[in-house]
Design a protein around this ligand. Structure first.
Ligand code: ZN
Length: 362
């Protein structure tokens, strides 16, 4: 008999699938509890009790792959998880493809093993406020239909959110992202944020990639610190974007990024190289008092609103080759210690360079 791929089984459901769905019904994508056993939902009471015991004994939460997680089932899972020092403790967690029907309340939970939550769907809020992920966390391709609360969470061993979609507010303020030693994927590449995204005060210990991500509403990275290279190349910032007082210890790559509703980098500090080549700044742009310790480059950047670089300091060479300023350009009191190349820049509005320190080539 020819076996044809079930058209309702998504390609990512690559675990041993439950075979218990009734004939004619769409296949069940629940993971088998044991070889040749059905999934948790289709199992008998003994099978379910054995699975729950593995969680209670601190071995693993491994029976929710592809599962429909109702409010009742989640309550049962949370009740079964052991408690240590007042925190719920989860061992290795595999939630790939699980669909949470209600709020997923993992606030303050301690995840001692890796968390695999790729392709999960959170229909209600995803609550991971101040959760501690002691190994890596993988949320690649996950869908957050309501708010995602990761404020104050700590990811000790890296976090992967590549291609995840956030439809509500996403809050990662003061979250800390450790250096990854897990699978070699980008962290936030090609993520889609439809609501506001908050990363204020977050710390990123490893190389951080938001390349190709779309931040559809406001993006708040105020006072975020990036300890290694940060990549935002081709990132779309559709709402108001705030990087005031952000600190970039490595290179900051914003090449071909687009900022549609105004951008603030006031008092941000760039310790490595800073690239903004071909970036498009549609609203007003503020780099006032920003500090560029390494070389910086704005080649071909288009400033369509006013651009404020007052009292910015450029400690190495900077190039604005072929940049265009369509509104007011303010460089008053800026300091240029290295080469400052403005020769091919086009200024269509007023350009102010009063009390600039250093030499500018114009
Ligand atoms: Zn099943």
């Amino acid at each position: 008999m020819a076996v044809s791929a079930d058209p309702v089984v998504p390609r990512w459901a690559d675990w041993p699938l439950c075979q218990a769905a009734p004939m004619g019904a769409p296949g069940c994508i629940g993971g088998q509890l044991d070889p040749d056993q059905p999934c948790f939902a289709h199992s008998d009471d003994d099978g379910r009790a054995a699975a729950m015991r593995r969680l209670r004994d601190g071995i693993s939460l491994d029976f929710l792959l592809g599962a429909e997680v109702t409010e009742e089932l989640l309550a049962e899972v949370l009740a079964a998880a052991p408690t240590k020092d007042g925190r719920k403790v989860f061992p290795f967690v595999d939630l790939r493809g699980a669909r949470f029907h209600s709020t997923a309340g993992f606030d303050g939970v301690s995840f001692e093993g890796p968390v695999w939550s790729a392709w999960s769907t959170f229909q209600g809020d995803a609550g991971f406020f101040e959760a501690s992920f002691q190994r890596y966390a993988w949320f690649g391709g996950a869908t957050f239909r309501d708010d995602a609360r990761f404020g104050g969470a700590s990811f000790a061993d890296g976090a992967w959110f590549d291609r995840a979609t956030f439809q509500g507010n996403s809050d990662f303020h003061t979250a800390s992202f450790g250096r990854a030693s897990g699978p070699g994927r980008p962290w936030f590449g090609e993520m889609r944020f439809q609501g506001p995204a908050g990363f204020g005060g977050a710390t990123f210990a490893g190389t951080t990639s938001f390349d190709g991500a779309v931040l559809g509403d406001g993006a708040d990275f105020r006072a975020a610190s990036f300890h290694r290279d940060a990549r935002f190349d081709r990132t779309t910032f559709a709402g108001t974007t705030r990087f005031e007082r952000a600190a970039f210890a490595g290179d900051a790559d914003f090449r071909a990024a687009s900022f549609h509703r105004g951008l603030g980098f006031a008092r941000a500090s760039f310790h490595g190289r800073a690239w903004f080549d071909q970036a498009r700044f549609e609203g007003s742009t503020g780099f006032g008092e920003a500090r560029f310790a390494g070389t910086s480059s704005f080649d071909g950047a288009a400033f369509e609103g006013d651009a404020d670089f007052r009292a910015a300091s450029f400690h190495r060479g900077t190039g604005f080759g072929r940049a265009s300023f369509h509104g007011r350009a303010s460089f008053e009191r800026a300091a240029f210690e290295g080469d400052a190349d403005f020769r091919a820049v086009s200024f269509q509005g007023e350009a102010r360079f009063d009390r600039v320190r250093g030499t500018i080539r114009r």
